[in-house]
Design a binder for this molecule. Structure first.
Ligand SMILES: Nc1ncnc2c1ncn2[C@@H]1O[C@H](COP(=O)(O)OP(=O)(O)O)[C@@H](O)[C@H]1O
Ligand SMILES: [Mg+2]
Length: 270
């Protein structure tokens, strides 16, 4: 039922690695998971084991208005994936503009995925504000912002807390209350990294969903095209990722109650 969007103010912070690890950890926790790649980098497929030659995907082909179901892939990781698809700058811009004009092109498929109450959708979104995240926001239960434990990330904290890192407009305002943060690449042996992580934890309180340590196993997992929980289940990064998944499951709002008949607007009764 819930949609979790993975976002970040910057690229290269481990957003896609965390998205893949979380999707896998949620599946291991007994959930049915659909992974959705909204980032033109089209990298989520690599973490989940699709052949590198398989460059097909839904958003890259959006201008042709294809049936999204024809792009759904069962991955070796056991997670259904709707890949973004290979996109050059021109086609990435064309898709983003189409989503901005017609958010339903993305919102519709996600609504269909979420119709199954057992399913969690994990969406990897482009860094910063994006048309994809704006289109998904009305259905989003949680936005997880991935940050590094460093000076640049701590300086962004006020913007992250308010959702302003996604822009000053509606997207930032809507996101604020649904926003949680995950720290990635926390290094227990670095004084700076530990100090930044402690500062973020104090500042954010319960909005900090978890932290994933810097661990070579995360980079190896990508090289082996497996999520961290499959590649190195005993690693510290895999345990951190499982803890993060458990924290998100606890933070998800309870399922909406069945609609009650109202005397108002009888034509809208279920
Ligand atoms: N916790 C971690 N420890 C070590 N390396 C990591 C960790 N998380 C991500 N990485 C590495 O950092 C690089 C960027 O990660 P990626 O998930 O592609 O970031 P993004 O999606 O934010 O651009 C990759 O090489 C990845 O293997
Ligand atoms: Mg990425």
């Amino acid at each position: 039922m819930p949609l979790i969007c993975i976002a970040s103010p910057k690229g290269g912070v481990g957003k896609t690695s965390v998205a893949a690890g979380l999707a896998d950890a949620l599946r291991r926790a007994g959930r049915t998971v659909v992974a959705l790649d909204c980032d033109p980098q089209n990298a989520l497929r690599l973490h989940l084991g699709l052949p590198i030659t398989d460059g097909a995907g839904y958003l890259a082909r959006l201008p042709e208005r294809p049936d999204w179901r024809s792009f759904l892939r069962q991955t070796p990781a056991g997670i259904d994936l709707l890949p973004h698809g290979e996109a050059d700058l021109r086609s990435a811009l064309a898709s983003a503009m189409m989503i901005e004009r017609e958010p339903e092109l993305l919102a519709g498929p996600v609504r269909a995925m979420l119709a199954d109450p057992a399913t969690i959708v994990v969406a990897d979104t482009p860094p910063g504000a994006s048309a994809a995240l704006a289109a998904l926001m009305p259905q989003t239960a949680l936005v997880l912002a991935v940050l590094l434990a460093d000076a640049a990330s701590t300086a962004l904290l006020p913007d992250i807390e308010s959702g302003r890192f996604l822009g000053q407009g509606t997207l930032g305002t809507l996101t604020g209350p649904k926003l949680m943060v995950a720290l990635n690449q926390v290094d227990r042996h670095s004084r700076l990294s530990v100090a930044a992580a402690e500062g973020v934890a104090t500042h954010l309180g319960p909005r900090l969903a978890g932290a994933v340590c810097r661990d070579e196993a995360m980079a190896e997992a990508l090289a082996c095209q497996r999520p961290i929980g499959a590649h190195a289940p005993a690693s510290r990064a895999a345990r951190d990722t499982a803890d993060l998944a458990a924290a998100l499951l606890r933070a998800l709002p309870p399922p909406a109650p069945a609609p009650v008949a109202s005397p108002l607007f009888p034509w809208m009764r279920p």
